[in-house]
Design a protein around this ligand. Structure first.
Ligand code: ADP
Ligand code: ASP
Ligand code: MG
Length: 410
């Protein structure tokens, strides 16, 4: 007998029929003798709808009240799933995040889980009940409702699996695993049997929204094995695993595991600034003071005593960042401040890269062949990212997928 935590995403619980389908699946697992804890998202589109309601009143709703509103989405689905389970004679009990006591910090809209009270859930499981928990939400020390950021139900699933020391955390979604890239963009994308935590973390951080970044971080830290599976078809899915568990041979063969992309960024350039110590700090200091996160940074080689400085931020922060730079331009001695929010970042990810040279040049060649201009480059041990014009995103991803023959198993 195993203890399994299953998380079902928005599409999987998008209608009454689908909720009843989930109930059938849960009952199936239980019939095989397992204890099951289920985490559900809100019905697909519901979180967006609720955000739309709040923004219909004011563009910047108070974060605390937004969380009170957003948490209702998941409260609907836990109740409906329990109703569907009980109808089938399966004892079940629903819990909101606060009722479990998923304790978080008080950073509304992006709270972090600090602690989970597992005793009530354990008692239910011992009594033969299925436990159904609302994803994406928790409660802070003062009893305020908090939410965990978009896609946060993944993190609830993994955190519950860690707290309950579950044997596996199954993430059920609308694709049957983690693919070499988003199958919506590249129909030839291939499902991976396994991917390491490290690679999955890079993929998620670089834009693959199949798992929330924090859920992967959490799983890596607490040794929770995750399997990504389809709600709608049978199959082995993708196991997110530790590097040691991968055979050395397999690691060496697979140069690149996947391609991630992200169109949520924008870039800003300060041109003609004096090339002197402290200039990077003078430019980025005010940006960081405004709580704007910077991703890629490039400073050109100086010429004639001046240099150009370019960096990227989340697209939502673009206008604000531009404003700040313009306010400081004179003080910085800059010739010009410019920006572009129609950019996209393409990234190759793979632990095989560590031991193989030539990945970058193969990447640049593939993009050059399609006449795609690279605007920025950044690398780390297991990834290479480039910034290109947004209009080349799909073309670029497909070209790279082909150049690295990702449609074929190594
Ligand atoms: P859920 O609502 O179940 O949480 P999400 O929409 O958050 O589902 O995540 C699943 C989606 O992630 C897929 O429909 C797919 O389009 C997208 N996706 C992006 N990158 C990948 C990838 N590398 N492998 C699989 N799916 C991906
Ligand atoms: N309902 C939330 C969202 O849409 C959380 C989730 O689905 O994971 O972001
Ligand atoms: Mg999701």
């Amino acid at each position: 007998m195993a203890l399994i935590v299953q998380k079902y995403g928005g599409t999987s619980v998008g209608s009454l029929e689908r909720i009843e389908n989930v109930a059938e699946k849960v009952i199936d697992w239980r019939a095989r003798g397992h204890h099951v804890v289920v985490v559900v998202s809100a019905m697909s589109g519901e979180t967006d709808r609720l955000i739309g309601l709040a923004k219909g009143i004011t563009p910047r709703p108070p974060p605390r009240e937004l969380d009170v509103l957003l948490a209702t989405g998941e409260q609907v689905t836990i109740a409906l799933l329990c109703i569907a389970l009980e109808k089938r004679g399966c004892p079940a009990r629903s819990y909101t995040g606060g009722q479990v006591r998923i304790l978080t910090d008080n950073a509304f809209n992006k709270a972090r889980i600090q602690d989970i009270e597992a005793s009530a859930m354990r008692a239910d499981l011992d009594a033969g009940r299925v436990v159904v928990v609302a994803g994406f939400q928790g409660v802070d020390e003062d009893g305020n409702i908090t939410t965990l950021g978009r896609g946060g139900s993944d993190t609830t699933g993994v955190a519950l699996a860690a707290a309950l020391k579950a044997d596996e955390c199954q993430i059920y979604t609308d694709v049957d695993g983690v693919y070499t890239t988003d199958p919506r963009v590249v129909p030839d994308a291939r499902r991976l049997d396994r991917i390491t935590f490290e690679e999955m973390l890079e993929m998620a951080s670089l834009g693959s929204k199949v798992l929330q970044i924090r859920s992967v971080e959490f799983a890596g830290k607490h040794n929770v094995p995750i399997r990504v599976l389809s709600t709608f078809q049978e199959g082995p899915g993708t196991l997110i695993t530790f590097e040691e568990a991968l055979e050395a041979e397999q690691m060496e063969k697979e140069l690149i595991s996947g391609i991630a992309f992200n169109r949520d960024e924008a870039k800003l350039t300060v041109s003609g600034v004096p090339d002197r110590p402290g200039i990077a700090f003078s430019i980025l200091g005010p940006i960081s003071d405004a709580n704007i996160e910077v991703d890629m940074i490039v400073q050109n080689i100086g010429r004639d005593g001046t240099t150009d400085f370019t960096f990227t931020v989340h697209r939502n922060d673009y206008e604000r960042a531009l404003e700040i730079l313009r306010e400081h331009a004179a003080q910085l001695g800059a010739r010009e401040v410019s920006g572009d929010h129609k950019i996209a970042k393409l990234s190759l990810v793979g632990i095989g890269m560590r031991s193989h040279a030539g990945v970058a040049s193969r990447m640049f060649q593939a993009l050059a062949k399609e006449n795609i201009n690279i605007r920025m480059i950044s690398t780390s041990e297991i990834k290479i990212s480039v910034v290109v014009d947004e209009k080349y995103l799909e073309l670029g991803v497909r070209a790279l997928h082909e150049a690295f023959e990702l449609d074929q198993a190594a």
